[in-house]
Ligand binder design. Sequence first.
Ligand SMILES: [Mg+2]
Length: 119
Amino acid sequence: MKKKILVVEDSKLVHRMYDLMLRPHEIVHCYDGQEALQTLTNHADAQLILLDLNMPRMSGLEFLAHIKQDPVFSKIPVVIVSTEGKEEDTQRGLDAGAAAYIAKPFQREDIVDVIRQLT
Ligand SMILES: [Mg+2]
């Protein structure tokens, strides 16, 4: 079944990978946390958020803190997708309410599995 997935990620290359890997799901593309907060108001029906941590303007951790205070957005499962060597930030993200963590570089099955489990 087709799901709506919000991708919050500053790398255009990673966005293209998601385009290829997540077909036929609907992807809403955001390039930093600030943009994602604004975009979510029009896409509150998103079923999953794939969240990078290291981004300009507003980081993934800041974005997560914002949405976890919101009664509607806080119900959307968040998956942190971040590079290894950032374990401390990842743990903070999980403590802040992220549902799962995927390490970069990721495989298509990692993403497909997490979508199946959480949506
Ligand atoms: Mg990044």
